[in-house]
Design a protein around this ligand. Sequence first.
Ligand SMILES: [Zn+2]
Length: 444
Amino acid sequence: MKKCLLALIAALLPLTTVAQDWKTLTHYDKAAVKKQLTDRFTNYVTFDTQSSEVSASVPSTPGQLKFAKALSKELKKNGAQNVKISKSGIVTAEIPSNSGKNSPVIGLLAHMDTAAEVSGKDVKPQVHTKYNGGDIVINAEKKLVLNAANAPQLLRARGHDIITASGGTLLGADDKTGVAVIMTFVQFLYDNPAVKHGTIKIAFTPDEEIGTGISHFDIPAFGADYAYTLDGGNLGELTDETFNAKAFTAVFKGNRAVHPGAAQNSPFADNVLMASDFHTLLPRYKRPETTSGRKGFILVESITTQADRTEIKGIIRAFSDVEMNELVADVKQAFNTVKSIHNKGTGFDLKFTDQYKNMKSFLPANVVKMAELAMQQEEITPTINAARGGTDGAQLSAEGLPTPDIFSGQFNLHSELEYADVDVMEASFRTLVRLVTLWNLQEK
Ligand SMILES: [Zn+2]
């Protein structure tokens, strides 16, 4: 029996030792890494870095710059080179290659800002060690409790360390888990020079939540061949797809100069009714609340009327081009129907604009494969995920830097029930170390 087992292990060994066995090289101490992740994360969330959609400055809030300065100081302390903060508040740094090989340059990114839905000021993190499977009380007075009903991933978190806020604020796990994982990885490489890797570039970016931070990102100056964002939830989650995104504007012009009392058999034309008919004609089964998984949707976001003119603004989201074309056709059909019913209307206009593209079409297969392999070698089962939204990586990928997303242990985002799972963060950290050692085996 024992002999059989040994033979089996011997047969599997070549598969598991493709990359350098960094755990042996480093006397890897899981508890020490978890402590570093916890200490960093609980410090980072005390920085108020909410971004603001209404601000005209770049970055949108001063708190993000303050955080950027603290992070650049910490990067320098942990041996990173070329540490810079750009005018738009993007922190970049380099970890030079120590392998003497001409392997691809790998970028790692996380965003510094937090969402605006709940306050991000005076966040008081609480560490709930060794989760026992029951309720986690965030704030008894406010009856804020985490349980399997509002946090189903807790079912997989027994024994893990969970970090929550204390009520009244979000936590900032989105995306300070990613920042803490990357910084712990930087320190790890500094402390363990025996782990061989190619050149690694680091970036901490502002204003992800308002969708503007990455537009200031200088891809050629960053100099990575491939990159990964660390901005996801579940253990093993690997996001290689986003929606395709279009916006549309439909304008209906009427004639409301006629007194409504004398409207019959007059040139009276009601642009408000036209807009309302248009909205009604859009298919109900293709709305956000009636679709999930890989199904796309159409959503009207605003209807505004000024005298004879009503304008509708909306968005269309779909993973495939085929579905996107179908949804565009639905919008056109509703628009044309309104046009034919309301023949007294004085003007009709419908325009579509592209917002972002599904990043899958820009990702070479090896970028995703390498992350999958890294997870498998760390005994993490990869789950390929399609994000029902956009990511910074989608924009970067479209502009020439292929950037899928790797899980970082953040859950219940943008709410008072937000939490971080330190054990999932540790798995994310391990994935990164394995990933750079695997990339080091590749020729550029
Ligand atoms: Zn995020």
